[in-house]
Write a protein that binds this ligand. Structure first.
Ligand code: TNX
Length: 531
């Protein structure tokens, strides 16, 4: 027994035993371990000091250590050094080199994001209990000696949370941001408006939240079962102050929050708040049902101005270069029936309503560009001719992605086949009610965001991929985590590690250990099938 222990202590750990997720691009293990102690110092340069403080904050709860963070101190043993290194151009702004030796840890990167990701890998090298939010007695905080060189395959490694169908409290979003960062994901799209709710305070138009943030009741069971309603009001919204806090929290963790304001469809909550935005005189309520709705914005100049004023406030709050305007699922029946829309169509020389959709998106694109931002829209924006510079989010398979990349648009892959985390994870009849579909973990893992049809030149247009958490049938934060994990872990590996040598069995082995980390983080993930 004693001999066995001594042997393990000297043996070099096999790379897979480190259970890093996402797997790094290159890693060499060495003998020995580094031990974190109460007097270990975090040494930073000026630009890494914020990450240094954040790392100290992250290590504090489980270890009970309040590690000192020193800026521009002499190198020394028993330290974790974080440094920018201009010679690491080859690793890009998010790559890093992490060296763990017996005496110290050194993380170097071209830019602060890389330092941050190096720190995330370091956390994973410690025992899973490092992620606990209270002091863990009797754990020795050792990390194996290793040299890692790492960089992501894609720049857009994202998730979407639909807070419109079911509002999620701010704490849920903050926890989710933490979890994205653990997995080296860097984008969170907040789907802030839809037929069933408006979730962001707009100072100029207070009724959007006074009226639009509450619905009378919610469908019971699946929409198609037509089982009636729960009779309970549902709602909520984020104040501008709360949005600022979320943006700030995300920024420190290198997560970009992308706001989505849906237009011209999925607009019923807004029209219920300001009926003059609609095409009919019908008195609408915030929708209580799921599915595609016919109530879309009208095309009057006053409405365009209203929506641009909304976007102006959104831009003030979100520093994101990318602003999502939806653009999906727009039944044009009401434009067909509207004398105003028909007159506009004739005036512009259009033959069909889909051109009006293109014109509308173009107006929003001009506005966003004039403010130095880029429009993102679902792949329907291609149908009316997506404006130059617009980013296309391809959800109905990959056809939109191929067409968009060929037309010179940047593309984010979000196909239902591989990234719809509102779909069932298994065929087990005890799975909680979901919208439909079937997306098991392995299918997510096997996803290649680059459609095989693209040339290498065209493939450069693929920014990355994003997992969607539409919440029609996801009413609570617990359920959100159940749908997101572990599928989001697989997507993290897809978007960070990418193609070479992707072996599902190896992923599963690492994932088993990784789930211990998620347990410590109190993530209510779906257990693996074999367990
Ligand atoms: C389609 S994806 C939608 C959403 C729904 C989702 C449900 C997209 C751009 N539109 O409004 O929530 O399906 O899976």
């Amino acid at each position: 027994m004693v001999v066995g222990l001594a042997l393990t202590a000297c043996r070099k750990p096999a790379e897979t035993e480190l259970n890093l997720i996402p797997a790094p691009s290159r890693m060499e293990t060495e003998r020995g371990t580094f031990t974190l102690r109460a007097d270990t110092a975090i040494l930073t340069d000026e630009k890494s000091s914020d990450t240094g403080r954040l790392l100290a904050e992250m290590l504090q709860p489980a270890t009970g250590y309040s590690l000192v963070v020193e800026e521009r101190a002499e190198e020394r043993d028993n330290s974790i050094a974080l440094q920018l290194d201009g010679s690491l151009e080859r690793l890009g702004p998010e790559g890093y080199v992490l060296e763990v030796s017996r005496r110290r840890v050194l993380i170097r990167a071209l830019a602060p994001a890389g330092v941050f990701y190096g720190a995330q890998t370091l956390r994973q090298l410690f025992p899973p209990a490092i992620y606990a939010d209270e002091r863990q007695a009797g754990v020795s905080w050792t990390a194996p000696c290793v040299r890692i060189e790492d960089r992501p395959r894609f720049v857009w490694r994202g998730a979407l949370i639909d807070v419109a169908r079911h509002f999620m409290p701010r704490e849920t979003i903050l926890k989710f941001i933490d979890l994205l960062a653990v997995h080296k994901m860097n984008t969170l799209q907040l789907h802030l408006t839809d037929d069933q709710g408006w979730r962001i305070e707009i100072k100029r138009y207070p009724k959007l939240t006074e009226i639009g943030s509450m619905r009378r009741e919610t469908r019971l069971g699946h929409e198609r079962e037509a089982r009636g309603f729960d009779g309970k009001p549902h709602g909520g919204f984020y104040t501008q102050e709360e949005i600022r806090q979320m943006v700030d929290y995300a920024r420190r963790r290198h997560v970009n929050l992308v706001p989505e304001i849906e237009m011209p469809g999925h607009a019923q909550a807004a029209i219920a708040s300001y009926p003059e935005l609609g095409n009919t005189r019908e008195k609408l309520e915030v929708s209580t049902r799921w599915g595609v709705h016919k109530n879309i914005f009208n095309l009057r100049e006053e409405t365009i101005t209203f929506l641009q004023n909304v976007l102006a406030e959104v831009i003030e709050l979100f520093p994101s270069e990318y602003i999502h305007i939806g653009g999906d699922e727009v039944p044009t029946d009401q434009w067909k029936a509207s004398p105003y829309a028909q007159a506009l169509m004739r005036k512009l020389g259009f033959k069909s309503e889909v051109e009006l959709h293109g014109w509308f998106i173009g107006r929003m694109n001009d506005f966003l560009r004039s403010r130095g931002r880029r429009l993102v829209g679902w792949d329907e924006i291609l149908e009316g001719g997506a404006p130059p510079g617009a980013v296309v989010m391809s959800w109905r398979g990959v056809k939109g992605a191929i067409a968009a990349a060929r037309a010179g648009h940047d593309v984010v892959m979000a196909p239902t086949t591989h990234t719809y985390f509102d779909y069932y994870q298994s065929k087990d009849p005890s799975e909680p009610l979901a919208i439909g579909g079937f997306l098991p973990l392995e299918t997510v893992f096997e996803f290649d965001p680059i459609p095989t049809e693209l040339t290498p030149e065209e493939a450069r247009r693929i920014l990355g991929a994003q997992g969607q958490l539409w919440t029609e049938y996801i009413p609570t934060p617990e359920h959100l985590e159940y749908m997101a994990f572990p599928r989001l872990v697989a997507l993290a590996e897809v978007t960070w590690t990418g193609k070479p040598g992707r072996d599902y069995a190896d992923f599963l082995r690492r994932l088993r250990r990784h789930l211990e980390r998620l347990q410590m983080l109190e993530v209510r993930f779906r257990p693996l099938d074999s367990e």
